[in-house]
Design a protein around this ligand. Structure first.
Ligand code: SF4
Ligand code: SF4
Length: 281
């Protein structure tokens, strides 16, 4: 289990605890300030990424110190975890409302609206979250060229997430003032700043999933379709065996590769049950 499961989930998956989505947590004024600051100034994320790129050229000890500090702050304010679609569905089972919104990362990185992010709330009408957004009116969320906050049913949201899986996007939950969880995103390493921070600049901003993937060699035909979808470069092909194999040290356990497999050969296991991956977060 990741550190948040111990601290915020009583030893169970923290993101499946309804209390971590509560209106009570959202009523905290410091948390509201954090959320409005995040939504009203997306350009600050661009500045953060420029700083991270500069950091790549710094001596190792400086990079490690800055990375540790940034990660510690993110764990307090805005940290993520990869979640497979089964757990997204479990979250949708207990939240009161779901809205689809424009992705803040793509707004910055490709200067275009891409509706890959979802706000969730225990309230039936997004409660205080909608009030915050309406007060703020950030142009990329509610401006004239956007679809605004689209309210979705659980089935509509799940259908949308399945489509994102076919696009190879990895589902991630995000805190806004940990442990409060306000949204679920669909990430790739090309456009998402969090994935770039995590993978390209080695600044931890998200936990790996509580799961790890495996391939049943008896079912795998070696078609390599799964390799195209893995954002983490965890799948390779063995020409000698004519099978694909997963590098357990690289696998984040998102489960996205399963959506490409015509043989149903890929499965997820509990991360803790696989010794080589059990302590990789
Ligand atoms: S191999 Fe692991 S990280 Fe890559 S897509 Fe599959 S589950 Fe995700
Ligand atoms: S998609 Fe499935 S069958 Fe094809 S290589 Fe990957 S695991 Fe094997």
């Amino acid at each position: 289990m990741c550190d948040f499961c111990h601290k915020h989930g009583e030893g169970e998956k923290w993101y499946l605890k309804a209390k971590n989505y509560s209106e009570d947590l959202l009523s905290d004024l410091r948390r509201q300030k954090l959320i409005t600051g995040f939504l009203s100034n997306p350009e600050s994320m661009e500045e953060d990424m420029l700083q991270m790129k500069k950091l790549d050229d710094a001596p190792g000890f400086i990079r490690r110190a800055v990375s540790w500090n940034v990660s510690r702050k993110m764990k307090r304010d805005h940290f993520g975890q990869v979640v497979p679609i089964e757990d997204v569905e479990r979250i949708f089972d207990f939240v009161g409302s779901i809205v689809r919104i424009a992705c803040i990362c793509r707004h910055i990185s490709i200067r275009s609206e891409a509706r890959y992010c979802y706000g969730v709330s225990m309230a039936p009408d997004m409660g205080a979250f909608e009030e915050l957004v309406n007060d703020l009116q950030p142009s990329y969320l509610t401006g004239p060229d956007t679809a605004g906050l689209e309210t979705l049913s659980k089935d509509e949201a799940l259908a949308s997430f399945r489509e994102h899986e076919r696009e190879g996007l990895c589902h991630t939950v995000w805190t806004f003032g940990t442990p409060f969880i306000g949204g679920i995103c669909n990430c790739d390493r090309t456009d998402c700043m969090a994935m770039q921070a995590q993978l390209a600049h080695e600044v931890p901003v998200m936990w790996r999933a509580e799961y790890i993937a495996g391939i049943d060699p008896d079912l795998c035909s070696g078609c390599r379709a799964c390799m195209q979808l893995c954002q983490f470069g965890a799948i390779s092909y063995s020409a000698a065996r004519e099978k694909s194999v997963i590098d357990l040290r690289r696998c984040y356990g998102c489960g996205i590769c399963r959506s490409a497999c015509p043989k149903d050969a890929i499965f997820l296991s509990d991360r803790g049950s696989v010794p080589v991956a059990a302590n990789l977060w």
